[in-house]
Design a protein around this ligand. Structure first.
Ligand code: ZN
Length: 408
């Protein structure tokens, strides 16, 4: 039990960290140490231009673009200008190649195998950068290692045969006629000692198609979304009205209690009642008053606390279709993780979701219910599938209602 709990804690911690990083990436902030020529501003947690070193880095790009220097020459130039390794040596030519092919310098950045637009200030023009890439290409010095950076769908899927993670690799194939092919493929890490896993690998394009169509299956139909929003607004209005009535009623009762308290005090001062009776009654009225005040405070929260998550879910579920038909693989991965959690399996080059129901994640349950509802379309009249006019209830129960309604 303790193990399960601490595992859950670690998982959710890792999940939160990942989420934090992604939010950073989406805001255009590189979530890592600043490359040479930049500085991490610890105070604002942003990346700033290093005034001195940025000039040197730009100069290195300019030098290499002339196609008269080797990577070693650039390393020497950098060393002469004071850019060296932590241990005081000249940086390696591989490292120079890494620097010269880093899109960070013209304003983008690479994260999880994909390029994102950055908010930081570029220090090299895109044109100069491209000239440098052409020289690197010509000299066959295009950085090898970045090809094996984690690919975008890494960590999203497990192997259906041996349950190990699916990893991605970037490959370049040169044909005898000189044609060069670049491609990314995904395969089982085959780390299991129990199973000799025979699963084949799959091209990124194929994987993308399948993940996209899986996302399509759980995207909220625009007509349903529209109808739900109307229902939702209607419920919200009703709740607001009944909440107001509830609060008003209690306010009137509190006023009554205040009057009673005043009269009680008057009687006591007039010496009509004994001190102990006065104290006893006063305590009783005060206690009633406190209960009413508390109800006024907590009631609206209790009744409307679910509205926000539900609204958020509808919005998310609605955009899945757009994400699925878009080309942004990173967005797709984020969406797939949200919907399927760690339940995506790859088997014989095909992706499927297993056990979509999750106890811990109401949003995932809602997606499961939605996909079940779609599966029953055509078997049942649509009016029986959509949420009945009893109203939209909190996320989980709304969705299980949606489910039980049409299954019964
Ligand atoms: Zn496997």
């Amino acid at each position: 039990m303790a193990f399960v709990q601490s595992k859950y804690y670690v998982d959710s911690l890792a999940e939160n960290t990942k989420r934090g990083l992604r939010q950073k990436v989406r805001r255009g902030e590189f979530p890592g140490p600043a490359p040479i020529g930049y500085l991490n501003d610890v105070r604002t947690k942003t990346i700033m231009v290093d005034k001195k070193k940025s000039v040197i880095v730009r100069r290195a790009f300019e030098l290499y673009a002339k196609n008269q220097s080797r990577l070693e020459d650039i390393a020497n130039f950098l060393a002469k200008s004071g850019i060296i390794t932590k241990s005081g040596k000249r940086i390696s030519k591989d490292r120079v190649s890494v620097i010269l092919s880093n899109p960070f310098y013209y304003g983008h950045f690479r994260y999880a195998g994909e390029v994102h637009e950055g908010k930081h200030q570029p220090i090299v023009a895109k044109k100069l950068f491209d000239e440098v890439q052409a020289v690197l290409e010509k000299r066959g010095k295009r950085r090898k290692s970045h090809r094996n950076n984690p690919q975008v769908f890494c960590g999203l899927l497990r192997c259906a045969t041996c349950n190990m993670m699916i990893t991605g690799e970037y490959k370049v194939k040169t044909q005898k006629n000189g044609n060069v092919h670049h491609y990314t493929y995904y395969r089982c890490t085959k780390k299991s000692k129990m199973v000799n896993c025979p699963e084949p690998c799959i091209r990124q394009e194929k994987l993308d198609e399948q993940i996209s169509s899986l996302l399509q299956t759980v995207s909220l139909r625009p007509d349903w979304a529209k109808e739900w929003k109307v229902m939702f607004a209607h419920d919200e209005k009703n709740f607001a009205q009944s909440t107001n009535a509830f609060v008003e009623e209690r306010k009137v009762k509190i006023q009554g209690l205040d009057m009673k308290l005043q009269r009680l005090l008057d009687s006591y001062l007039e010496q009509d009642i004994e001190r102990n009776i006065y104290l006893e009654k006063k305590a009783k009225f005060m206690s009633e008053k406190k209960s009413l005040e508390e109800q006024i405070f907590t009631f609206p929260q209790k009744r409307t606390g679910w509205l926000e998550p539900m609204r958020k879910w509808i919005g998310e579920a609605e955009t899945l279709g757009k994400i699925a038909s878009d080309t942004d693989l990173f967005e797709k991965k984020v969406a797939a993780e949200k919907v399927f959690g760690s339940n995506l399996l790859l088997s014989k080059k095909s992706v499927r979701a297993c056990a979509l129901q999750s106890i811990a994640n109401p949003a995932q349950n809602a997606y499961a219910a939605l996909s079940a509802a779609y599966a029953d379309l055509g078997k049942l009249p649509e009016s029986q599938i959509r949420v009945s006019d009893r109203g939209v209830e909190p996320l989980t129960s709304a969705m299980s209602m949606l489910r039980s309604n049409h299954l019964s």
